[in-house]
Design a protein around this ligand. Structure first.
Ligand code: SF4
Ligand code: SF4
Length: 321
């Protein structure tokens, strides 16, 4: 039901999964006093903070945004302390109209905390590869966590971690997912302003190739035989890497329904070995379900005799490996 409240026009399908908190009246309406701005909370889980910094990078727009939305919980930019002087006291009780969530779920404590965040958030948007696909941390999903722990920590018996790094949507309903490692500041601004305007965010699901065409960049694969994940990678960066003569390595994650069979075969023809194909997909978005078929497709190429890579054309161009 469209109540005319900010956020009520988030995409169909994602809205359907919103929990009871989304049906409540806006948090701002429940507050007494004169400030009726919607409230924003920013949360961090396992991550590098780069996506939160993108919000701070909105230097020219941030003051205008602050007129429209009240930032109530954002530890990264806050100097506030709890009553006993401890920042840990700032638990973020809410409720909040919009929560931006960075990072993946890697501990049992994370799993409990994200359920709290969902329960106090009217709308919840995940930001970045960590939150939408498990992030670089999800590389652990392909190895033995106990071995990593013993290699890194002097007293591994004190470390408690889950076997897998999982995206936020594996634990709670999510209203919108914003891709990228890190996210793009213009896309972040679009999501927040769309929420304020009560409409669907205008984040197109086309590939990096589309952006290359739009900015007039010569295709690095066609012109130089450079391996490039642009055909299966979500747009958002403005196709930066091909514009500087190197292949895309997929930091914005998969487009909707990527043609991975064709992509993997093309990477083989462009000189990548089976091992390198696995590596390039297992970077920022390793746990994306779309990529689960890549090992089989790469092995098919090997069995078909494609694992004798020819050297890419020597043009000084860099591929994604
Ligand atoms: S998605 Fe990338 S930039 Fe964002 S928090 Fe994760 S590692 Fe950092
Ligand atoms: S790796 Fe691909 S998606 Fe990431 S910045 Fe480069 S071109 Fe854009």
């Amino acid at each position: 039901m469209d109540t005319g409240q900010p956020g009520d026009s988030f995409p169909p399908g994602t809205m359907d999964r919103a929990p009871a908190a989304a049906d409540q009246e806006p948090a701002a309406d429940r507050r007494s006093g004169e400030d009726s701005r919607p409230t924003l909370a920013v949360w961090k889980f396992a991550s590098c903070d780069g996506c939160q910094l993108t919000l701070l990078d909105l230097e020219d727009e941030l003051l205008g945004l602050a007129d429209r939305i009240r930032i109530e919980h954002f530890l990264e930019m806050s100097a506030a302390e709890g009553p006993d002087g401890r920042r840990a006291e700032l638990a973020g009780r809410g409720p909040y109209d919009l929560s931006l969530v960075e990072g993946s779920i890697t501990t049992g404590e994370d799993a409990d905390r994200i359920r709290h965040v969902r329960s106090v958030s009217r709308r919840l948007v995940t930001i970045g590869a960590c939150a939408t696909a498990g992030g670089i941390q999800a590389l652990r999903n392909f190895g033995d966590v106990a071995e990593f722990r013993a290699a890194v920590y002097a007293h591994p018996q004190y470390i408690s971690a889950l076997e897998n790094s999982t995206p936020i949507s594996a634990h709670v309903p999510v209203d919108f997912e914003l891709r990228g490692c890190p996210i793009d500041r213009r896309q972040l601004l679009e999501v927040v302003t769309a929420y304020l305007a009560g409409r669907k965010p205008g984040i197109p699901d086309h590939s990096v190739c589309f952006e290359c065409k739009r900015r007039g960049t010569t295709c690095v694969t066609v012109a130089h035989g450079t391996p490039c994940l642009g055909p299966v990678t979500h747009s958002g960066c403005g196709a930066i890497c091909p514009a500087y003569g190197r292949g895309c390595y997929g930091c914005f994650g998969p487009v909707d329904r990527p043609n991975l069979r064709s992509m993997v075969a093309q990477l083989g023809r462009d000189g990548m070995s089976e091992r390198d194909i696995l590596r390039v997909f297992r970077t920022f978005n390793a746990a994306s379900p779309e990529y689960a078929c890549v090992p089989d497709l790469a092995a098919e190429g090997r069995d078909a005799g494609q694992d004798e890579p020819r050297a890419p054309t020597d043009t000084g161009q860099e591929g994604p490996v």
